[in-house]
Design a binder for this molecule. Sequence first.
Ligand SMILES: Cc1cc2nc3c(=O)[nH]c(=O)nc-3n(C[C@H](O)[C@H](O)[C@H](O)COP(=O)(O)OP(=O)(O)OC[C@H]3O[C@@H](n4cnc5c(N)ncnc54)[C@H](O)[C@@H]3O)c2cc1C
Length: 291
Amino acid sequence: KVLLNSQVYELKQSDIDVTVTTTDGRSYKAKYLIMAIPLPLQMKLHYDPPLPPLRNQLIQRTPVGCVIKANVYYKKPFWRAKGFNGFLACRDGQLVLGNVLDDCRDNLPLAAVTVFVFADHAIKMQGLSKEERMKIIAQDLAKAYGCDEGLQPVHYEEKNWLGEQYSGGCYVSTYPPGVLSRYGRTIRKPFNLVYFGGTETATSWPGYMNGAVQAGERAAREVLHALGHISYSSIWKEEPEIKEVPAKPFQLSFIERHPPSFRTIISFIGLSTVGCISATCFLLYRYLYKP
Ligand SMILES: Cc1cc2nc3c(=O)[nH]c(=O)nc-3n(C[C@H](O)[C@H](O)[C@H](O)COP(=O)(O)OP(=O)(O)OC[C@H]3O[C@@H](n4cnc5c(N)ncnc54)[C@H](O)[C@@H]3O)c2cc1C
């Protein structure tokens, strides 16, 4: 049973049950709970008892990416006339387009491309209106396909995922360097009667639908085990549990550990140049001036 518009803001646990309360004041009690909301959004909840220290730290360290997704509609799929399938993957930093896909459908009278604007480009576009974003995207489509028809969209839809309160961004929360090696073991560790699903906790395809399904099934098996219905080994029977990978230190050379400062390099070049000129002058003097 899926309850829409039910934002949980409080999670209380006793020794025998878990209670969640939603912003409209309703409460739901259960023997166990599977938490499957994105990691950083778990910070929005008040926990009683408080989260374990490492989990409390982990969820502060997994930012969600920045993506704007847009659909640009045209009268005709003009790119096909040029022999293009519509797919673009732009990484030169010049165009705002990240990935573009042909999204024409038989049941739609208009042609369409789906555009993903990633990272810094998505951040820079936040200050613009929807119309301004459409104009820039259309200009870049025209440039990338080499067709002026790209400048004439007839309709535009977009989802600015950066503003989504209950996703936090797009596509998924990420683990910056050092997070997995320090907090990796905490990601799926149960918190009393609470178990953790969500795509970020998957052992394969984290960040994708496949990962979300895999993690949900594994969390469900964990609860079945806690209820005494299945053995512990059955929890991981579908996929092997990932063993801990110890963090390996980088091997740095002497020069990497003690890199000279810019000032030292300039002084070295300056002194060497003066030294060379002085030595050359001295040798020339000795050679040319023979008393
Ligand atoms: C634009 C976009 C395109 C994508 N394309 C692909 C693709 O092509 N292929 C692919 O495999 N994956 C794709 N993904 C990723 C995929 O959507 C996710 O990996 C997947 O949805 C994660 O599932 P989940 O159940 O872990 O989390 P979510 O789908 O994020 O579900 C979490 C749910 O928790 C709810 N929630 C959050 N906070 C609370 C709260 N306090 N109380 C109650 N509910 C709360 C949210 O509203 C949401 O419904 C895409 C994602 C995006 C955003």
